[in-house]
Ligand binder design. Structure first.
Ligand code: CO8
Length: 258
């Protein structure tokens, strides 16, 4: 499929999806999110891809859902046509590791899709926010829930009720982003992290991601039991044999994704 509103590139085991609608600050419309969902389905099926970076421009990761596209909806039209939400879910359902590399605005749906990724690396100019309340609505693709789990109730309430933007430094302090880097270093840092992940055993990286995410819906005891069973199951893989043998033999492992 030829893409109009995203740019998909690959470098070794790392694929990068760049949102590319600069005049609208990467506002997320149905067409763009359809392309993102299509690209993710392609990358999921491609065994040579071990990790994905999702990014925007230097000014905007994404300034939210496209307000102009959304504004004429009524309850039934937005309820019946959930293509937009379904396409966003492609990010949360993606089974391989995916990193959000965020510069500039990550607002509304933009902040929400960044939070759907496994972790966020932010440039020092990044600004996060859930400003939907200024438009007479509220977050609609997971913002209230994911933000609260990432930064706690006090900050999530502050962000969602005042609509204020959170600068990168505050977002890192609050635990929303894993690291902040200079704007010029954003893509090299994100791609380096992605390459490191892509160099690991792909099934192990996928199972690790699944296990961390499973914890959101489990008690601590259930989560620990789930982790233990999956840890034990990894001893059936050739990659476990290879990883441990390489350590003992003081060499680099060569994982075969088996
Ligand atoms: N939607 C559509 N167009 C947008 C959006 C957006 N979210 N954000 C910016 N644009 C457009 C502007 O309209 C403008 O276009 P034009 O030149 O044709 O007028 C262009 O991008 C540049 O924007 P500005 O001139 O406003 O640029 P500034 O640098 O002055 O301001 C801001 C940048 C602060 C980011 C400002 O553009 C802004 O406040 N944008 C809106 C942010 C926002 O409210 N986001 C939340 C949207 S709602 C949402 O995300 C709900 C998610 C749940 C969806 C569930 C769907 C079913």
């Amino acid at each position: 499929m030829a893409y109009k509103l995203i740019d998909l590139t690959r470098d070794g085991g790392v694929a990068t999806i760049q949102l590319d609608r600069p005049k609208a600050l990467n506002a997320l419309n149905t067409e763009m999110m359809g392309e993102v969902a299509n690209a993710l389905a392609t990358l999921e099926a491609d065994d040579s891809v071990g990790c994905v970076v999702l990014t925007g421009s230097e000014k905007a990761f994404a300034a939210g859902a496209d307000i102009k596209e959304m504004s004429d909806n009524n309850y039934l039209s937005i309820y019946k046509n959930d293509t937009f939400e379904e396409n966003h879910c492609a990010i949360e359902r993606f089974r391989k590791p995916i990193i959000a590399a965020v510069a500039g605005y990550a607002l509304g749906g933009g902040c929400e899709i960044a939070m759907m990724c496994d972790f966020i690396i932010a440039a020092d100019n990044a600004k996060f926010g859930q400003p939907e309340i200024n438009l007479g609505v509220m977050p609609g693709i997971g913002g209230t829930q994911r933000l609260m789990r990432a930064v706690g109730k006090a900050k999530a309430m502050d962000m969602c009720l005042t609509g204020r933007m959170m600068p990168a430094e505050e977002a890192e302090r609050a635990g929303l982003v894993s690291r902040i880097v200079k704007l010029d270093d954003l893509m090299s840092t994100a791609k380096e992290a992605a390459a490191k992940i892509a160099s690991q055993s792909q099934p192990v990286a996928m199972i690790t991601k699944e296990t961390v995410n499973a914890g959101f819906n489990m008690t601590l005891e259930q989560g620990i039991r789930f982790e233990r069973r999956l840890f034990q199951s990894l001893f059936t893989t050739q990659d476990q044999k290879e990883g441990m043998a390489a350590f003992i033999e003081k060499r680099k492992p060569h994982f075969k994704n088996k």
